[in-house]
Design a binder for this molecule. Structure first.
Ligand code: ADP
Ligand code: MG
Length: 330
């Protein structure tokens, strides 16, 4: 028998990440500080109610994923759900925020219990791992599968990492290898055996790691930050525009997921890596190195901010202008 909208919500979406609000333990929670009473009222009323400490600001971000635009419609529903949540959490990481709660607007072509079961299971896995409860949403029927997630986080007032603080002389850093997700896209529909490297790329595509602990620790240290969703050149370009500065990237310093010119292109202009790109005054670089050691994460210095506008790439052949194009939908 077909489920009604309300039965569907009650069955699949009424208790996701709820453990994040209670005792439970979350070994995966990257800096997801446990909050006992952020959620005053969750799924089931006209609004959810959240309570934040008075000294904190709310950080909000929303992202929409459309089937066959952002992910293959036929992919495993658990993987789709986990990736959707992680991509949104990455925006909280880029601001230095701690996850508090999220909402889910789901447009479905049909009610398929097997698919919904997998989707909810994937969502539950990562909602618990990152200590973020689902507090509400909307469920509608439509022609395409569309998933919209809104994440809410918080941080001490006035400490958010923004795109507009980079200054000439700052180091430009990235939090991990770039280009893997772009390299994975042609593999998404492959059915034959994959190499270990190809499997690693696919893993990075489906399960990007939102750098929440790093983002939180960069508050008061980084002058600007962004998460890399559209390639380093494009996303660093946003920092440059907002900060009214330029930059030079060192090609040899970029941590590439693969080898050669194709890998360089994927790192600069491919998308979906969800590593952080941030800027730090040169005098404070040793603090970044110590932080990387503490978090067990390599933080790579890949270039410098300069006063001269525009983005440049330094290679053995010299310094050339670099387009700040990334992936664009229109
Ligand atoms: P309203 O008509 O008042 O907007 P809805 O009928 O859309 O309420 O939803 C009923 C309750 O279920 C609300 O609390 C809403 O937040 C929640 N909800 C609806 N869809 C989802 C979903 N996909 N995930 C989580 N909560 C949902
Ligand atoms: Mg509604």
């Amino acid at each position: 028998m077909a489920l009604s909208e309300f039965e569907l919500i009650a069955r699949y979406f009424s208790d996701i990440g709820g453990a994040a609000n209670g005792s439970g333990d979350s070994h995966l929670a990257q800096g997801g500080r446990r909050h006992t009473n952020t959620v005053v009222l969750g799924v089931g009323d006209d609004c959810a109610l959240l309570a934040l400490p008075p000294s904190e600001q709310l950080a909000i971000s929303v992202d929409t994923l459309v089937a066959d635009v952002h992910f293959p419609a036929g992919a495993d529903a658990a993987a789709i759900a986990r990736r959707a949540l992680r991509v949104n959490l990455s925006d909280l990481a880029a601001m230095g925020a701690t996850p508090r709660a999220f909402t889910l607007a789901l447009t479905l072509p049909a009610v398929e219990p097997v698919w919904l079961e997998r989707f909810a299971a994937g969502l539950r896995t990562d909602a618990e791992a990152f200590a973020i409860p689902l507090v509400g949403g909307d469920t509608t029927r439509g022609r395409a599968l569309v998933i919209t997630l809104q994440v809410m986080g918080s941080l001490p007032a006035g400490t958010a990492l923004t795109r507009h603080g980079a200054r000439p002389g700052d180091h430009i850093a990235v939090s991990g290898p770039l280009g893997a997700a772009a390299a994975a896209v042609p593999l998404l529909t492959r059915t034959d055996a994959l190499s270990a490297q190809e499997q690693d790329w696919l893993e990075r595509y489906w399960l990007p790691m939102p750098r929440l602990a790093l983002g939180q620790r960069l508050r008061g240290l980084a002058t600007a930050a962004i998460d890399i969703s559209d390639g380093l050149a494009g996303d660093l370009g946003h920092i440059l525009t907002r900060s009214k500065v330029g930059a030079v990237l060192e090609a040899a310093a970029l941590p590439l997921a693969g080898e050669g010119d194709e890998a360089l292109g994927q790192a600069l202009h491919g998308g979906d890596d969800y590593e952080l790109c941030f800027t730090v005054p040169a005098a404070r670089w040793p603090e970044v190195e110590r932080l990387g050691q503490e978090l067990g994460q390599r933080l790579h210095s890949v270039g410098r901010i300069e006063a001269e506008p525009g983005l440049r790439l330094a290679t053995a052949a010299g310094v050339e202008p670099l387009a700040t194009r990334g992936y664009q939908h229109f």
